[in-house]
Write a protein that binds this ligand. Sequence first.
Ligand code: WTA
Length: 633
Amino acid sequence: MSVISNEVLLKSHETYHSPDRIINNAKISSENYLKLYKKSISDPEEFWGDIAEKELFWFKKFDSVLEWNYPNYKWFEGGKINICYNCLDRHIKNGKRNKVAYIYTNENSQEIKITYGELFESVSRFANGLKSLGIKKGDRVTINMAQTIEQVIAVLACARIGAIHSVVFGGFAPHALKLRIEDAQSKLVITSTWTQRRGKKIMIKSIVDEAVDSLGYNVDIIVAQRDGDNLELIENEYDFHKLMSGSSPECEAEWMDSEDPLFILYTSGTTGKPKGILHTSAGYNLFTHFTSKTVFDLQDDDIYWCTADIGWITGHSYLVYGPLSNGATSLIVEGAPDYPNPARWWSIIEKYRVNILYTAPTAIRLFMKYGIEYPAKHDLKSLRILGTVGEPINPEAWIWYYENIGNKNCAVVDTWWQTETGGHMIATLPAVSQKPGKAGLPFFGIEPKIVDKEGNDVPVNTVGLLVVKSTWPSALRTCWGEPERYNKYWKEINGYYFAGDLATIDEDGYIMILGRSDDVLNVSGHRIGTAEVESALITHHYVAEAAVIGKPHEIKGESIKAFVVLKDNAVIDKHLVNDIKFRVRRELGSIGVPDEIEFVDKLHKTRSGKIMRRVYKAKELGMDVGDLSTIED
Ligand code: WTA
């Protein structure tokens, strides 16, 4: 449920033309976008087949481009490929051995650079290290690490030998991590001793220890020790750097079938249990490669910075695989955006002459609040493309980004997509005119529609459900171990892919995303299920029941509010609220902690016992509560 004011609608109808310097040099011009888009829809097989052959290295070429067996599909059957080979070996063979792949920096402005050649050697050694622990193609490996180059090495080494990585964001609590290790039946967990945030060390290894202790089986653990740590390792624990340096640098990349699994990434759905979204080798490689190249208009000597954590899909697709497959130089930055001061990001952009910045609206709104004096003190002229992702960007934030960070001389590219889609689905290319607050036009091969529950198109500028008509190369292939959950994406509305978002489309075909249509929250661009938070709340010994909703929030987009029914023996005192919040942090992690808790006597439920979250939400927003005929009380 989303509210858009008339003012927002008006601003988002304005059109911003890209600066000439972008229009004149872009890889894809406005006219070419239209021409290629039409082709990609009328003949997707020829379109993707050509690009796959031209852009990627294949050990063996594919026999067919697309085979549908609704709701399942196979892309590039018969092909043999390896995404790690496309990200590393290929560039080394093409003269990029000494090009910098990553520049790492942190809150202390420490700097580590790694070239493609060095990354290739480290990944090959680490991949051999994984093999020496018995990890082979198809095995699952959970990665729960700090935002460091070691994490990229771990991810790529898995891909190199065909092990399926499951990266879990470092901010999850032990129980949430355990669920994800267990569900994937991972044989190995790779972790770091700690990460740094706001000048403090946040322990990660101890979270892994706690998660693993309660597992029903044994796993090996590889620990990346940092800055002079000297952790005593016990049986089944291995030191990341020793394992790497003690292994051979010769490791042939596994020839993967196009549809062999590449990774699982858990994301929130409408039930308490996260879904393990599965992506496969070739289609994901192609789509993340091609979107990175065209949506960011990547040029050879660009310095590119995606601020996302590797633990989320944006980090997978646009910090690791997409930029590496294009041979780009990326920044990887650990720590908080505004620490040690609110100008940190702007000084990084100035220092490294960043050309492309890709971040979330939450960060932009945070910086808006700090004020323009911080960016104004820095030379940001190197910037050319400003990307945004993860949540709706309000036109005010879009315009602030365009004016104060981009100096009205950059293209702002809003990108709508999901863990499930693997890559950008709606993203107005830099040379095409933009509208503030609107993700805008579809990417090649993507045919979005805004429909009602029956699948009929809704009129222009009317709120409806966002669906996609057909498949695309990096679409999810299944939900790990839960094919019925996968089928729901395609079977809910008229055979379309059902994204779970509300949107409008205007007379020019520009799409505006308004937020989720289901019980999934988006807090600071992080996806979290209301049911997950409710499940965590009821683990508190005084909580009998809970209902959770999202409320509009000035910076975070949405904040979490919980309505809690206490057990009869509960003692309400000033500590209770904090204690309940603490419980959620322990169970789920800090991203799930409610901002507000309201105690109520009982919950509004349907006669069949379902919590009516929409009633709470409507009341909270002062809106009409709608049809209450199914309500129990
Ligand atoms: C939301 C993140 C508006 C949306 C890549 C989607 C967006 C969910 C945008 C997926 C955007 C993502 N504008 N909303 N540009 N990008 N979303 O799986 O609600 O973490 O369904 O993937 O984020 O979140 P996920």
